[in-house]
Design a binder for this molecule. Structure first.
Ligand code: SF4
Ligand code: SF4
Length: 302
């Protein structure tokens, strides 16, 4: 099933110190509502079965997002909204919002939470949003962005104390978090496969991956094209037929890094998106790996 992260707008009401979306130019862009509806209908025709509303803070445009979810519901598209819960100021306000989202057909809420988000939004809002989602029948979980430092222990404890369903997400050292500096880690020698769901930006540029991919500016490796010049079907097909993207999906980034000559000892110091950046945001490296992806790399399997 085709899935996509839908960037209706890059605008956000807060400014998290780790935000990967920072650094976009222009700073804040937004689609026209009618255009977004048309694109969603075209996506349905192209076989898209899941849309995640993300980018900046989608619920700044609450009424517009309700209308977009409505269109998705008509077309049987699974919907998720990623939000910082700024709107869930009290249990009553949160419930009112969640009920409206439920009525429009929203399937899932993903609540972003971290020590950086919570400098701007009280943790209580996240709790209000999660409780309201549960009461309204919307599936919900907390995305706990962390750099795995001790500073985050009390934030994790809050989630545990309130029995919230949460999943840790490693901070991505892109956008504003680039300034944090990369910390070497030592992981297992894991495959690091990536599903690579595309991301549609408000300026209608489509990228083959939704996290750090739009920041690979030295090579534009993940840029698929723009809907002003290409159809949704063509851009999805481009993503699905690219030999190197398919190697990332099937064999994983670790194997590609090993093939490309990175020492095993070095590979285990990188997180997934950082390893991707090292391999694919360097024109000379990328040229060599792209050539291999159509030939020898495909046979680099056990
Ligand atoms: S991380 Fe999310 S909530 Fe924070 S500034 Fe970026 S888009 Fe906004
Ligand atoms: S691992 Fe690579 S392909 Fe996957 S989200 Fe990160 S940058 Fe994109």
């Amino acid at each position: 099933m085709r899935k996509i992260a839908f960037g209706y707008s890059t605008r956000c009401n807060i400014r998290c110190a780790h935000c990967v979306a920072a650094g976009e130019k222009p700073a804040s862009t937004k689609m026209e509502l009618s255009q977004a509806k048309k694109i969603i209908r075209e996506m349905a025709a192209a076989g898209v079965g899941g849309i995640s509303f993300t980018a900046g803070e989608p619920l700044i445009y609450f009424d517009d997002i309700l209308e977009l979810i409505d269109v998705c519901s008509e077309k049987n598209i699974y919907t998720r909204v990623v939000t910082n819960s700024f709107w869930a100021k009290t249990p009553e306000i949160a419930l009112d919002h969640a009920q409206q989202l439920n009525e429009s057909g929203l399937c899932q809420l993903r609540l972003s939470y971290s020590r950086w988000h919570q400098e701007h939004v009280p943790a209580q809002n996240v709790l209000n949003a999660a409780c309201a989602a549960a009461k309204s029948g919307i599936d919900c979980f907390v995305s706990f962005v962390t750099d795995f430092s001790k500073e985050d222990d009390s934030y994790e404890q809050f989630l545990r104390d309130n029995r919230l369903k949460f999943f840790p997400e490693p901070v991505i050292y892109s956008g504003r978090a680039e300034g944090f500096g990369r910390k070497s880690i030592f992981t297992d020698f894991q495959e690091n496969r990536c599903a690579m769901n595309p991301y549609l930006a408000p300026d209608l540029t489509m990228y083959a991956c939704c996290d750090a991919g739009s920041h690979f500016t030295a090579t534009s490796f993940f840029e698929l094209g723009n809907l002003a010049n290409s159809s949704i079907e063509d851009l999805f097909a481009k993503s699905e037929n690219c030999p190197l993207y398919n190697c990332i999906r099937s064999m994983g980034i670790t194997t590609i890094a090993s093939y490309a000559g990175l020492k095993s000892r070095e590979i285990i110091t990188y997180r997934k998106c950082e390893l991707c950046e090292k391999l694919f945001n360097n024109p000379a490296n990328l040229k060599m790996i792209e050539k291999a992806a159509s030939g020898a790399l495909q046979y680099w399997v056990r």
